[in-house]
Every structure is written in structure tokens, then in C-alpha cells.
Design a protein around this ligand. Structure first.
Ligand SMILES: C[S@@+](CC[C@H](N)C(=O)[O-])C[C@H]1O[C@@H](n2cnc3c(N)ncnc32)[C@H](O)[C@@H]1O
Length: 283
């Protein structure tokens, strides 16, 4: 593997977090696949395109991109060995031939210069210690005039997940980021920050449009709470909690999920930015 500078993220995504995502690929895809159309429509993938999927995880969007680039190919890049293993297995099982996966850190990975027509990401670009350096590296991987399209989370209060997680506050210590821009799910929640980072990385034509999608967390409130309770950030909050507080937190999570339970599952409203930008064609 090439060099890694995001070592904390590499540890997390090769440790508990990545294993949980790989083991529960179907469940995470049920949470996030409502954003696929927002991502893919923004990317406008052509049949001959070479597509780079950044932070591709278990590869659902990489395979969907490959299905559009029938005479091109899709390459997924991720830090996480367990998630890439899952991605390769799924692509082989589904017979997707024009796809490949590489392990690496998008911030410093040595991409072939100017090789890709389009770079996409579903929630995989919020974890860079130096986002300007990372997006500049991704820009160099695009041909002049090449496109960037990604979805990233809006602030937690715009997402139903924010108030649901708020139900834990009484029982578990909060994971309060000291800096809202530090690597993590909401580091690009501010659209002004998105524009600043991408402009500094020398992208042009930056747009950020608010989009929403239902996120299916489970078949009923208890199932959704059980799953979310094992999610990495909540595992971290539980680490030093006593058993009584942990039990109360779990019960509070079930109660917070209950209003979102519908006949076909527990659906939370997810809110993201659909972001597009281009590498200047005269570069
Ligand atoms: C929230 S998950 C999203 C995964 C996948 N795109 C999906 O939608 O299911 C974030 C992903 O970004 C990857 N990631 C984080 N930082 C990265 C980096 N510097 N380079 C490459 N991948 C990274 C993680 O390993 C993880 O798979």
C-alpha cells in the first residue's frame, strides 16, 4: 500500500468501524442508498468514462458507476481493508467486470495524473486531516475539464439522526468535536467551508445543493436502535459508561426511534449536500 497520512482514520476503518461497516454492508447501504440518485445524477457518468470512487467502502456506488460506464471502468479507493474485501466479493458475485478496488489514502495516493473523467463519493470525503491537499490530489487525478461529484452530510440538526442521537446525551458522555472542521461525518456540513476548501484546492464551478433522502435503519424501533448502538461513534461513547447508564441509553434510543417507525421500517430523514466542481479545462 502507498503511504498513509490519515493514520487515525486508517486505524478506525481497519479496526472496529471498518469491520462493522463490512459485516453490515446491506444495512449501511439501506441507510445511505437513498442518496445514490443524487450522487449519480450529479456525476453524469458517460459510457466511456473512467470513474474514481473516493472512500468507496464496500463498493455499492463503485459498482453502480461501473454499470453506467459500460465501455469505461470504475476504480474504488479506500483506506479500509475489510470494506475493500467486501467490495471485491460483491463485485465478483454480481459479475461486475469493469471495476477494481485499491487500498490507499486519497490525500496522498499516487493516482495516474489526469486519468479519470469523473470522481465521485458517497460520504467518503469528510475524513481528511488536510482536505485542501486531499482535494488537490483528487483534482490532479482528473483530466482537464474532469468532474467531481459527491454527497456529504449536512449538520446533525438537519438530519433526523441528530435529535435521535440527542436522546443519548442524558446517559452517555457526548463526543463533542473541539473543532467543527476536524475530520468526521460533519466536517463539510457548512457549504461555505465546502466552497472554500474546493476553491483552495483549485477546483472551479463549485456548487452545493441541499438534498434529502430517507434512511432505513431497521425493521422496527428496537432493531434500528440495536444496530445504531453498535455504530463506531456510539461504541466510543459507551466505552467508559457503567452498565446502568448503558442500559438507559439503549432504552432512550429505542424510544427516540419509535416515532420514525413506519409499516415498512424505521425511516429517518437524511440531509446532505450534493456537491459538484470541475478541474479547469485549460489546466
Ligand atoms: C462513511 S464511510 C462511506 C463508505 C461508502 N462510500 C458508502 O457510502 O457506503 C467513509 C469511507 O471513507 C473511507 N475513507 C476515510 N478517509 C479516507 C481517506 N483518506 N482515503 C480513502 N478513503 C477514506 C473510509 O475508510 C470509509 O470507507
Amino acid at each position: 500500500m502507498a503511504s498513509i497520512v490519515n493514520t487515525q482514520q486508517a486505524d478506525a476503518w481497519n479496526g472496529y468501524e471498518g469491520s462493522h461497516w463490512a459485516e453490515h454492508q446491506d444495512r449501511y447501504d439501506a441507510v445511505n442508498s437513498g442518496f445514490n440518485e443524487h450522487l449519480l445524477s450529479a456525476a453524469s457518468i458517460g459510457e466511456r468514462d473512467r470513474v474514481l470512487d473516493i472512500g468507496c467502502g464496500s463498493g455499492q456506488t463503485t459498482c453502480l458507476a461501473a454499470a453506467r460506464a459500460t465501455r469505461g471502468r470504475a476504480v474504488g479507493l479506500d483506506l479500509s481493508a475489510p470494506m475493500l474485501r467486501r467490495a471485491r466479493e460483491t463485485a465478483a458475485r454480481e459479475g461486475v467486470g469493469n471495476v477494481s478496488f485499491e487500498q490507499g489514502d486519497a490525500q496522498v495516493h499516487s493516482f495516474p495524473d489526469g486519468w479519470f473523467d469523473v470522481a465521485i463519493s458517497r460520504f467518503g470525503v469528510m475524513f481528511f486531516a488536510d482536505p485542501v491537499a486531499a482535494f488537490a490530489n483528487i483534482r490532479r487525478a482528473l483530466r482537464p475539464g474532469g468532474r467531481l461529484a459527491f454527497v456529504c452530510l449536512r449538520d446533525m440538526n438537519s438530519n433526523d439522526l441528530g435529535p435521535v442521537l440527542g436522546a443519548l446525551a442524558e446517559h452517555l458522555p457526548a463526543l463533542v468535536p473541539t473543532d467543527p472542521h476536524e475530520p468526521g461525518p460533519t466536517s463539510l456540513a457548512d457549504p461555505a467551508r465546502i466552497r472554500e476548501v474546493l476553491t483552495d484546492a483549485e477546483f472551479s464551478n463549485v456548487t452545493a445543493i441541499p438534498v434529502e433522502a430517507p434512511q432505513v435503519w431497521g425493521h422496527d424501533a428496537a432493531d434500528a436502535a440495536d444496530f445504531l448502538f453498535e455504530w463506531g461513534p456510539i461504541q466510543a461513547m459507551r466505552r467508559d459508561a457503567d452498565p446502568v447508564a448503558t442500559e438507559r441509553a439503549h432504552a432512550a434510543l429505542i424510544a427516540a426511534m419509535r416515532p420514525h417507525q413506519q409499516s415498512d421500517g424505521v425511516r429517518l430523514r437524511g440531509a446532505a449536500w450534493q456537491v459538484t466542481a470541475t478541474r479547469r479545462s485549460d489546466e
